[in-house]
Design a binder for this molecule. Structure first.
Ligand SMILES: Nc1ncnc2c1ncn2[C@@H]1O[C@H](COP(=O)(O)OP(=O)(O)OP(=O)(O)O)[C@@H](O)[C@H]1O
Ligand SMILES: [Mg+2]
Length: 400
């Protein structure tokens, strides 16, 4: 049940917004919060941010910042006190805290029961399997014997994954023999093993769902990873069979509905010769949806806000036939005399005037995701080449 609009506005007034609009609090001050803040401005709001430090990406730009620890209940509860609704920049808030916040009367989206499936890969695999949705063959593993038994069934190599806490490929280990997993298995980290899926490519289906139950889907995209990290997103996924695209959208809306997700849900998918498999879920704006800032009538960040506020959702039509996003990473240690970021940005603006740049205010350490660029056009090959070249240029001449 969402609260009446007037009550939300009343709490907004108490929280001190001049227009009496609701206050959205976001836990985490990363780039997702930063871009959500950007969308909040147009809705007459200023995102309230619980950041770990004043230098965090979103803390640099939002005016309403609380510094605190997202793993401490007291910090979360203090932060929630002035918010109409609470949402997340990441999935690292302990479930019991999310549950306790809701029990204390705070509106939290997504709720703990939905957030769990983005936090815990085992719970996610179990739930999707129970719903009859397609996932790679998998099993929990606690010993070398478990691992060997599973690999003898599905074939080496297999992919070991930390049940919790992985991101950007950290927490994912392909292994070809049990000896390679000894240290991991002994570490006590809860693990699952999956069949290494023969991929045609990776896709993502991005949807949003409101408490009212309204759902909206963006066109299915292709994501390109290097070393387990997303480097490019192509919208719509080039050459995707329309039936497969429709079934991916339906699948994502089904997952959102069944899991009771409120806000944006990204469903990472593997496309195989035998159809689609779900890889992973994220119950928040996602890297695979950054292209929507310019490439869709409603960005994933605005849509996430609309959803958690129980506003009607925005139109998800594309603004151009083809859109490509490329992530920008910190380049190799800067050589003396090499052009700095400002100079590279200047050059990018001259060379690719149609490319849009988003920098996250993060120090460019080698390999760190510090921004992204987006190109729009009519030719999928052209926009992909432009985005990759512009991102590579910002990286410092060496794309990851
Ligand atoms: N079962 C599998 N078979 C083949 N490749 C896989 C498999 N599982 C993962 N991968 C590869 O590893 C990448 C990262 O895996 P996954 O999405 O599970 O990890 P993550 O670190 O949690 O990712 P994210 O950065 O999306 O949070 C996938 O995008 C895919 O390229
Ligand atoms: Mg992933």
């Amino acid at each position: 049940m969402s609260e009446p609009r007037s009550a939300a506005a009343e709490r907004g007034r108490e929280a001190g917004t001049s227009a009496g609009l609701p206050v959205v609090g976001i836990v985490g001050g990363g780039q997702l919060a930063r871009m959500t803040h950007q969308a909040a401005i147009s809705l007459g709001q200023s995102l309230r941010v619980l950041a770990a430090s004043p230098g965090d990406s979103a803390a640099q730009v939002a005016h309403d910042v609380v510094i605190g620890d997202h793993t401490r209940y007291a910090d979360l509860a203090g932060f929630a006190a002035g918010c109409t609704v609470l949402t997340f920049d990441h999935e690292h808030v302990p479930s019991e805290h999310v549950r306790a916040l809701a029990a204390a009367g705070h509106t939290v989206y997504p709720a703990a029961d939905a957030l769990l499936y983005a936090q815990d890969k085992r719970a996610m695999r179990e739930r999707l399997s129970a719903l009859g949705l397609p996932v790679p063959e998998w099993t929990p593993v606690g010993s070398a014997a478990d691992l060997t038994r599973f690999a003898e069934k599905v074939g080496w190599p297999v992919v070991l994954k930390a049940v919790r806490g992985g991101y950007d490929g950290r927490g994912v280990w392909p292994v070809s023999a049990p000896e390679q997993a000894v240290r991991l298995l002994e570490s006590g980290v809860p693990l699952i093993a999956e069949r290494r899926v023969p991929l045609r490519r990776e896709l993502a289906a991005l949807v949003a769902r409101s408490p009212y139950g309204q759902g909206a889907a963006w066109p299915v995209v292709q994501t390109v990873q290097r070393d387990g990290i997303c480097v490019e997103v192509l919208a719509p996924a080039p050459g995707l069979d329309p039936d497969l695209a429709a079934s991916a959208e339906r699948l994502a809306l089904t997952v959102a509905g069944e899991l009771g997700v409120v806000g944006v849900l990204a469903v990472e998918l593997f496309e195989t010769d035998a159809g689609l498999l779900v890889n992973e879920l994220a119950t928040r704006p996602h890297n695979s949806g950054h292209w929507t800032i310019e490439g869709s009538r409603t960005s994933q960040f605005e849509q996430h806000l609309r959803a958690v506020l129980d506003y009607p959702l925005g139109v998800t039509a594309m603004t151009a036939p083809a859109v490509a996003m490329a992530n920008v990473f910190g380049g190799p240690a800067e050589a003396a005399g090499a052009p700095g970021l400002d100079e590279r940005l200047h050059h990018l603006a001259a060379r690719w005037p149609a490319v849009k740049v988003h920098l996250y205010g993060k120090a460019p350490r080698p390999g760190r995701k510090i921004g992204h660029v987006t190109a729009l056009g009519t030719d999928p090959g052209r926009v992909r080449a432009d985005a990759a070249a512009a991102a590579g240029h910002l990286t410092g001449g060496q794309q990851r």
